[in-house]
Design a protein around this ligand. Structure first.
Ligand code: PHE
Length: 339
């Protein structure tokens, strides 16, 4: 490259334009009639014809470059002038948007799932709108059986064969129908019951249910897994107790209580003075259910359990009204941001 062109190019690139007066200096130095660049342009016609084309092109490119730089500096200087001289105070610190928070139900649901995932359970999901088979019939609720009243149901108007699932046990049925044992799954999801809304019950809530099917599964194994869960969830000193109960799909069935975290077992309003609060239902899967779902009950056995997540969150965060979870009041929801 011609040394003069190189020199001017370097000067162009080093020139700092920080204010209007620098812009004028730039124009005088590179674009005015008296500038070195203009002089070079005048020299083109004096160059020998064999070199003229190349030289001419290089000088013209340089001129175009200088012009572009000038426009760029000019735009910038003018913009800055309007921003800094306007009514807007650009130096004022920005208002920070407040961050959203996880819903307490999601926090507790994730926590429950993580505990079971640690010991080999995988999570499955499925439809909220179910049919009678997956919610009731496969689970050993005969038609007209009073046990169906345990879970008041929302039916779909146009076709009452379809209903909103009353528990996520429907996912246990779907899993047994589609996967050969051994099965070790948890089923988190939203469930619906046609119940009056009060401080203690709601027509929508969330569950995590679990199912384990293999050869010779024992009640003792289930108890140990549930003890592990309770202690991971509520602290290593948590005590549990199992009470006999009834569910159509498990035999024997039980309900599990943990020692009341609020009064430490002494008795209070939350535990109705008993020192214990119920947190889940469980039992050995009834052989009829296995057979209904295509699993040979002579070869396999298993246990199942199911818990309400709102109830768990109420115990964990000492919340006394289930309706708060569904009102979407940000003052309530914001409290769990760092939980
Ligand atoms: N499905 C039961 C309910 O919703 C809970 C449960 C699940 C009980 C599995 C026993 C075994 O109440």
């Amino acid at each position: 490259m011609n040394p003069k062109i190189k020199e001017i190019k370097e000067q162009l690139e080093q020139f700092r334009v920080e204010a209007g007066e620098h812009l004028e200096q730039f124009r005088l130095q590179f674009l005015s009639k008296k500038s070195d660049l203009q002089q070079l342009l005048g020299e083109i016609k004096e160059v020998t014809p064999d070199l003229r084309k190349e030289f001419g092109q290089a000088v013209n490119n340089l001129k175009q470059y200088a012009q572009e730089l000038y426009e760029m500096h000019k735009n910038r200087v003018e913009n800055e002038a309007t921003v800094f001289n306007s009514e807007i105070d650009v130096t004022r610190p920005a208002t920070l948007y407040s961050l959203g928070a996880m819903h307490p139900v999601s926090i507790v649901m994730n926590e429950v799932c993580e505990i079971f995932e640690k010991i080999g359970f995988s999570s499955v999901s499925g439809p909220d709108i179910e049919d009678d088979w997956h919610v009731f019939s496969a689970l050993n609720f005969p038609l007209e059986h009073p046990a169906r009243d345990m879970q008041d149901t929302f039916f779909v108007n146009v076709n009452p064969e379809f209903l909103l699932r009353t528990h996520t046990s429907s996912l246990q049925v779907r899993t047994m129908e589609s996967c050969p044992p051994p099965i070790r799954v948890i089923c988190p999801g939203r469930v619906y019951r046609n119940e009056t809304i009060t401080a203690r019950s709601h027509c929508i809530f969330h569950q995590v249910e679990g199912l384990y099917i293999a050869n010779e599964v024992s009640f003792a194994e289930m108890k140990q897994v549930l003890l592990f869960f309770a202690q991971e969830m509520f602290g290593t000193d948590t005590k549990i107790r199992l009470r006999p109960s009834y569910f159509p799909f498990t035999e024997p069935s039980a309900e599990m209580d943990i020692e009341c975290k609020i009064c430490g077992g002494k008795g209070c309003n939350v535990c109705k003075q008993s020192g214990w609060v119920e947190i889940l239902g469980c039992g050995m899967v009834d052989p009829n259910v296995l057979d209904n779902c295509g699993i040979n009950s002579k070869e396999y056995s298993g246990y199942a359990f199911g818990m309400g997540i709102e109830r768990m969150a109420m115990l964990k965060y000492k919340i006394n009204d289930i309706r708060l979870f569904f009102e979407n009041d940000v003052r309530f929801l914001g409290q769990f941001a760092n939980a």
